[in-house]
Design a protein. Structure first.
Length: 365
């Protein structure tokens, strides 16, 4: 379905940037999962803009769970989370002038002029607030199974962080961090690079790296619903994501098979791989090692430089200098969205493999 993702545990996204609210509906989650609203508030605060390198738009994100939760636990019925929009400035947006690399023109082509263009409408990063709230609620289900997910800024404006190595401990260091990096010294360098782009009305992109630990071997539905397929499908829905690679990804093209293959051994009665070049997945099915993947995040298309574009409402060429409040880099904030989307994917694939009660009863392999 167009705005719904997931087969056993599904999330539907709704709302527009300058509409009354944004939010999600989660369906298929079993009853009895604890819901910690403080954790949802915390995750929304991590995603929210608050620094000089973020957009000046500030929203309170005072969410409300209107269904599916009673006495602090899920009831098994659809869960609806609503987040009001309170700080909008629609006068900054002009209908018919296509902002380069935005969805203004493509949305017009698809929806024939009925789309809400204010602030990018349904295509705005504002919609991801609902995804983060929903993903954080689902995170409690994974906590019951000992599965942890974390994302850091691997690269921003050519400043590079360390890659995951001691994954479990590094995930702990990323928990509740607004600018998630493994090497804390690179945050200042990345921030400086973003500030330099902002100073000249420009923007920068980056790369995120995600780790999922605690996944059992045997999850994934070949042929077209493999673990990689599900994650890639959902993550490409996140605005700004232009590429995904698992494990060593494109670097494996430069290797010989003897270098790329992950040799195997028994360790404490479990099968493990000596290396993890394949990112914890073989044949589209999890092998029990950490799932590792990188996402390429493009520079924010909203920049303050004069650009050539089209006035599609009047059929002519024109120039545009964008106004409004925009991020000079979204890679920091995207990390928290990637975590939420990955959580949804893991919940859905686990429910397909073991049944929807797995989050209460546990995994019986």
């Amino acid at each position: 379905m167009k705005n719904t993702f997931g087969q056993s545990v599904a999330m539907t996204v709704f709302g527009e940037s300058h509409g009354d609210c944004v939010g999600v509906v989660i369906d298929g989650l079993c009853s009895g999962v604890e819901v910690n609203e403080d954790k949802i508030r915390e995750a929304l605060a991590l995603r929210a803009p608050s620094q000089s390198i973020d957009t000046a738009r500030r929203e309170k994100d005072e969410f409300k769970i209107v269904s599916g939760v009673f006495n602090g636990k899920t009831t098994g019925t659809p869960i609806c989370i609503i987040i009001p929009n309170e700080n909008t400035k629609s006068s900054d947006y002009q209908y018919g002038i296509a902002r380069p690399s935005h969805a203004d023109y493509t949305a017009f082509c698809k929806y024939h002029g009925f789309e809400d263009y204010r602030g990018g409408g349904h295509f705005s990063g504002r919609v991801t607030a609902g995804i983060v709230a929903g993903g954080t609620l689902l995170k409690s289900a994974l906590d019951n199974l000992g599965i942890k997910i974390g994302t850091h800024v691997l690269e921003c404006a050519n400043v590079r962080d360390k890659e995951f190595n001691d994954v479990r401990n590094e995930l702990l260091s990323l928990d509740c961090v607004k600018f998630p990096v493994i090497d804390k010294t690179v945050e200042a360098k990345m921030t400086e690079a973003i500030e330099l782009a902002k100073a000249v009305g420009d923007s920068v992109g980056g790369i995120t790296q995600t780790a999922i630990v605690g996944m059992p071997a045997g999850v994934g539905e070949p042929y077209f619903d493999t673990m990689e397929s599900v994650l890639a499908h959902a993550l490409f829905a996140v605005g700004g994501v232009k590429g995904i690679e698992f494990g060593k990804g494109f670097d494996m093209c430069k290797m010989r098979g003897s270098e790329a293959n992950d040799e195997m051994r028994f360790e404490d009665g479990k099968v493990v791989t000596v290396t993890n070049n394949n990112g914890g997945i073989n044949g589209g099915i999890t092998n029990g090692m950490p799932i590792l993947f990188n996402c390429a995040i493009k520079p924010t298309p909203s920049i303050y430089k004069m650009q050539n574009t089209v006035d599609f409402a009047n059929g002519k060429n024109t120039e545009l200098q964008i106004n409004g409040r925009h991020d000079p880099a979204i890679v920091r904030r995207v990390c928290h969205v990637v975590n939420a989307v990955s959580t949804l994917c893991v919940c859905d694939t686990l429910a397909q493999r073991y049944g929807t009660d797995v989050f209460i009863k546990g995994i019986n392999q």
